[in-house]
Ligand binder design. Structure first.
Ligand SMILES: Nc1ncnc2c1ncn2[C@@H]1O[C@H](COP(=O)(O)OP(=O)(O)OP(=O)(O)O)[C@@H](O)[C@H]1O
Ligand SMILES: [Mg+2]
Length: 237
């Protein structure tokens, strides 16, 4: 499935001098000379105050938003060198997004929501649905294949979103507050699941969260502050 084989050495994700500003009356630099290096298989949590730029960062890393300056390399490929179509392809094949708002399609069943991105990438429908069924089983929703998102609880929707992000066995999963609206126990279960599935596929993950307890499930914790990432100093959340 790899569109750009990873060089034998070097990090999975290498970010140097990233800058991104938003124009407008309150326009300001949200990301300012930000660096980040993520090893293959590594799972890192990012915390930081509301408005500090966490979602902006994930959008830039996932190629949904172009930076003003700086370099993002995924598996050695500089995202800025890719035309839009190639960037879309790379995102579809190598990256899995769990969005802050889950973006499940309301008129598609849980299984079809998971299968759709695979089908868009050319996987035949029966195989895509088979993979969806397997993932739903793994996230404990084997019996809810045909349910529409509106018929699922918040935690179940979240699990479907996690399954969808993992369907194509991405090299990198970007998860933006995947447990934001969940009660505590279910939230931690969703995170354990994400981690377990990532581990099985050998993928790396970036988890944005406001919860220190959630962040502690990661290999290391970084804080986004003043446009840059800092090692978490053990203080507060
Ligand atoms: N499209 C946009 N146009 C203008 N400003 C934006 C845009 N997107 C984000 N911003 C601003 O950039 C800053 C960072 O936003 P971002 O969504 O990345 O924060 P966040 O850390 O994810 O916050 P939260 O924890 O609340 O989700 C905010 O001040 C926001 O208002
Ligand atoms: Mg956000």
């Amino acid at each position: 499935m790899s569109s750009s084989p990873r060089p034998p050495t070097g990090p999975l994700l290498q970010v140097d001098g990233l800058c991104r500003r938003f124009e407008g009356p309150q326009g300001r630099a949200v990301l300012a000379d930000l660096d980040l290096s993520l090893a293959a298989g590594e799972y890192v949590a990012i915390m930081g105050p509301s408005g500090s730029g966490k979602s902006t960062l994930l959008n830039v890393l996932g190629g949904l938003l172009r930076p003003d300056a700086g370099v993002v390399r995924l598996e050695g490929t500089d995202l800025a060198t890719l035309p839009d179509a190639a960037l879309t392809r790379l995102r579809r094949r190598r990256i899995g997004f769990v969005f802050q708002a889950f973006h499940l399609l309301p008129h598609l069943s849980a299984a079809h929501n998971i299968a759709l991105p695979l089908q868009l990438d050319g996987v035949p429908r029966p195989q895509a649905l088979q993979r969806a069924a397997q993932l739903l089983e793994q996230v404990g929703l084997g019996g809810r294949r045909d349910a529409l998102p509106g018929e699922l609880s918040g935690g179940e929707v979240q699990r479907v979103a996690v399954a969808r992000a993992l369907a194509h066995r991405p090299a990198l999963v970007l998860a933006d507050e995947p447990t934001g609206n969940l009660d505590h126990g279910i939230g931690l279960r969703v995170l354990a699941l994400l981690r377990e599935q990532l581990g099985e596929a050998g993928g790396s993950g970036l988890l944005v969260t406001h919860s220190l307890e959630a962040a502690r499930t990661a290999d290391r914790i970084l804080m986004l502050r003043d446009g840059r990432l800092w090692p978490w100093d053990g203080e507060g959340g």
